[in-house]
Design a protein around this ligand. Structure first.
Ligand code: ASP
Length: 594
């Protein structure tokens, strides 16, 4: 075995420059590539910091090894001298491209099997293989860069919050089961058989308790665990920049987050953000964009046009108007040239989203043509032109459905339309606050009111009277931070009054006794001088994903889980010995066998 005291590195593989020529150095790292050129062997040595070209000269001491016996991913130590590359051999694409190291001595610190995929920037290895050999996947520069970026984002966030008097406080991982919307992961207690801890879905109640403790300003890079079916881009554990502040209004939370985001984008990406971020109410977002996380990088707004179509004879329009349904439209600028097939592709997208397909007409210089044009008299045409600001080469997509459903259905088309039109600008950071979320939404499935965010949010003062009489009308002091059509964070001003909190709990299905059993500790704390407070949780994984321009959060998490909640690198979840289950008061027979 090599004594590492003899092989202390003097430089990393990314450090050497032209001015180091002549220095004696020791480098350690992985053999990225070995090639022979004009009878000379060149080795690229790689570590986290970069790559250095090493010349393996015949006279180098190889400690019983031969150059031909070296393979990719062997861990090497190189002792040698830095040499300026001759003119014409300088590689401007490499940070260390001005030099090479002439090896006097080479040791193999460890060998490597042939890796199951090549360690290059681009790979076509499937993701399961990359997850199983994650330690090799993370050696690839783009993946390593994601981890570095994540670190920088986390540290930059800490800088801002530390600078503004926030305290970083850790909240427990083993907590009381307090439903927050998703299913909990449960942990059996050995010392109290038959009882369970839950893993926290978020530190929500603890951060509120910290405000009641008088700590005033809290943050934590908190791990949140939710036992959900992992559709789309979800993970059973994700990280939030979790924030809570006392004696604040929504404006204070927004301003803090704007300072935080501006600092992150400036220090990590060298980009300036426009602040304050745009604000739009939930109602406005839903009506103009059909989504509570609108992508504001492009227009394609949804406009209600029912009243423009009063005189159209088309049955769908007449039925919609007589039954009180809504008719909305999107003007698609410059798309009058699209074929029927191209337009109907958008109808299919809408059908997949549960709609009945899309109606359309083209508005060209000579008038309206195609689709529903023949059902539009002059009055319809004039008012549509005016309402939608129709130009000479536009396509108009229309849909009719119940209430705000039509906005949601048209909203689904915005992004694909923008992509087809090629109007999504590059490098634009369209942040926005969506405010005034309803406090409750009716769940058809559960046949009851549910909280839109969670049940600890404060209603807006002006809507308090509707709590009993018209719950659907109560707006909350509840907000989301949205970026280019992605929800980056969500928060609220909290309810800090016991009686009001109990009322809200009752409304969402926790009558006094159940509320006491589940949340008694929080309700009790409210009786001991709970200050008004509020906060937000920003999703760190998603934030890093958008900053790194990646498509999935798995690419910015060191060890993510698969869609079935498994970790391929260590094989969890796994079975445990029967004896350990017995100690926990669980028996094998209670567990489903394979
Ligand atoms: N605890 C909430 C969540 O995880 C965020 C918040 O309201 O601060 O969604």
């Amino acid at each position: 075995m090599i004594d590492m005291r003899d092989w202390k590195r003097t430089h990393t593989c990314g450090a050497l420059r032209g001015m180091d020529a002549g220095s004696g150095v020791v480098l350690v790292g992985w053999l990225h590539r070995l090639r022979t050129h004009g009878g000379v062997n060149f080795a690229d040595l790689r570590d986290r910091y970069g790559m250095t070209q090493v010349v393996l000269r015949d006279e180098a001491e190889m400690h019983g090894r031969s150059v031909t016996g070296l393979r990719g991913e062997f861990v090497l130590g190189i002792r040698g001298r830095v040499s300026a590359r001759p003119d014409g051999m300088v590689n401007p694409k490499m940070a260390t491209g001005e030099i090479e190291v002439l090896a006097d001595e080479v040791v193999v610190l460890n060998e490597s099997e042939v890796p199951p995929f090549v360690i290059e920037d681009e790979t076509n290895a499937n993701e399961d293989l990359r997850l199983k050999y994650r330690y090799l996947d993370l050696r690839r520069t783009p993946m390593k860069n994601n981890i570095v970026l994540r670190h920088r984002v986390a540290q930059a966030a800490r800088e801002v919050l530390n600078g503004e008097d926030f305290l970083e406080v850790e909240t427990p991982t083993l907590v009381k089961q307090t439903p927050e919307g998703a299913r909990d992961f449960l942990v059996p207690s050995r010392l109290q058989p038959g009882k369970f801890y839950a893993l926290p879905q978020s530190p929500q109640l603890y951060k509120q308790l910290l405000m009641i403790s008088g700590l005033d300003r809290y943050y934590q890079l908190a791990r949140c665990l939710r036992d959900e079916d992992l559709r789309a881009d979800r993970q059973p554990e994700h990280t939030q920049i979790d924030i809570e502040m006392s004696f604040v209004t929504e404006d204070d939370v927004f301003a803090l987050c704007e300072r935080l985001m501006s600092h992150l984008f400036r220090t990590v990406l060298d980009r300036d953000l426009e602040v304050p971020f745009r604000r739009l109410t939930y109602a406005e977002a839903m009506s103009r964009y059909g989504s509570d996380k609108p992508d504001l990088r492009f227009g394609l707004e949804i406009v209600e046009v029912g009243d423009c179509l009063q005189t159209s004879g088309l049955k769908i329009f007449q039925d919609a108007l007589s039954s009180g349904n809504t008719i909305c439209a999107i003007r698609v600028p410059g798309a009058a040239g699209w074929s029927r097939k191209e337009i109907e592709a958008f109808g299919s997208i809408m059908e997949e989203a549960g709609g009945r397909g899309v109606l359309w007409t083209k508005a060209e210089a000579g008038g309206f043509t195609g689709g529903v044009a023949k059902h539009l008299d002059e009055s319809c045409r004039d008012s549509l032109r005016e309402r939608l600001g129709i130009g000479d080469t536009d396509l108009v997509l229309l849909a009719a459905d119940k209430g705000s459903r039509v906005n949601v259905l048209l909203g689904v088309l915005r992004r694909p339309l923008a992509e087809k039109l090629g109007i999504i600008p590059e490098g634009v950071d369209a942040f926005a606050w969506v405010t005034e979320f309803p406090l409750f939404e009716w769940s058809e499935e559960e046949d009851k009111w549910e909280s839109t965010h969670h049940m600890f949010c404060m209603p807006r003062c002006e809507d308090l009277d509707y709590l009993d009489s018209d719950p659907g009308r109560v707006r909350g002091q509840v907000y989301d931070l949205v970026y280019n059509g992605i929800e980056l964070g969500s928060g609220s001003i909290r309810c800090h009054l016991r009686s009001l909190q109990e009322k809200i709990m009752k409304r969402v299905g926790f009558p006094a006794e159940l509320a006491e059993e589940r949340f008694g500790f929080l309700l009790k704390a409210f009786e001991h001088g709970a200050p008004p407070h509020g906060g937000i949780a920003l999703g760190l994984d998603r934030l890093v994903m958008v900053m790194a321009c990646r498509e999935t959060i798995r690419d910015v998490i060191a060890f993510p889980k698969t869609t079935t909640g498994g970790s391929l690198v260590d094989g969890c979840p796994s079975r445990v010995p029967a004896r350990e289950l017995e100690e926990l008061g669980l028996t094998q027979s209670e567990l489903k066998k394979d």
